[in-house]
Design a binder for this molecule. Structure first.
Ligand code: ATP
Ligand code: ZN
Length: 226
């Protein structure tokens, strides 16, 4: 068995939209690692701060379980999993510590171009495809709309063409993918960007000190970029 850790551990996306910018940001904070691009673990050289390279969806759970201390993840993923915990009556375990200013997108409801959109009530009894069922469910509940949520892990935007759903709730940045599938965004559920996520409970003192030092540098770097 292992004693308490004395090195801070940060989870970032292994491959994807946030991996490059997350590494660049942490590098800009003066951190460097023994390179191991194909591995899951990067040992910190300039400071006792290691990286864990994972799927973005795993990051909130790793923080909740104390396996990682911090993470760089989309607010969309963080809030979806936070909302899921609420519905399972689990205590809050992680939250947004800082907004990082990259990875901007919106979680939007999109409907076929031939709908005349007026109000959420039009979704009553319809099927909506999404990878964000918890956020969509609470949005619908708040508006007292009953719809069927079709959970898909990818290719959500083709669901209406395939006859799997009537509308979708998905991440949008340029809107080009939606347009290519004859869909139009009508409501935004969330404005998202990459965030630094951390635990709700306090970190162990040694880790808390490392995290404070990192946050001070990070705030400087993020401010300069604005
Ligand atoms: P993983 O293999 O890690 O699960 P993924 O396919 O879930 O990867 P990416 O497509 O790399 O993830 O997206 C990561 C994050 O990038 C999203 O959760 C979101 O916060 C952000 N993002 C910004 N713009 C977009 C976009 N147009 N579509 C999807 N995600 C976007
Ligand atoms: Zn993912």
């Amino acid at each position: 068995s292992q004693g308490p850790r004395d090195r801070l551990r940060i989870a970032i996306q292994k491959n994807g939209r946030l991996s490059g910018p997350a590494r660049a940001l942490l590098g800009g904070c003066g951190l460097s690692w023994r390179e191991s691009p194909d591995r899951l673990f990067c040992y910190g050289e300039s400071a006792p701060i290691d990286l864990l390279l994972v799927r973005d969806d795993d990051i909130p759970g790793l923080i909740a379980d104390g396996l990682c201390d911090l993470g760089v993840v989309g607010r969309n993923v963080l809030l979806e999993q936070a909302s899921e915990r609420v519905s399972k009556q689990l205590p809050s375990a992680f939250g947004e510590w800082r907004a990082l200013g990259f990875g901007s997108c919106r979680l939007s409801l999109a409907v076929p171009q031939d709908w005349i959109w007026e109000e959420p009530r039009q979704l009553e009894g319809r099927r909506i495809a999404t990878s964000y069922p918890a956020l969509l469910k609470s949005w619908l509940q708040a508006r007292d709309v009953k719809a069927d949520i079709v959970v898909l892990s990818g290719s959500v935007e083709i669901a209406p063409r395939l006859g799997q759903a009537d509308a979708i709730c998905d991440l949008v940045s340029s809107g080009a993918t939606l347009a290519a599938n004859q869909l139009v965004p009508v409501v935004d559920l969330l404005e998202s960007e990459a965030v630094l996520a951390g635990p709700t409970r306090p970190l162990e003192p040694v880790l808390a000190t490392l995290a404070e030092q990192l946050l001070r540098r990070l705030d400087g770097v993020v401010r300069i970029r604005d």
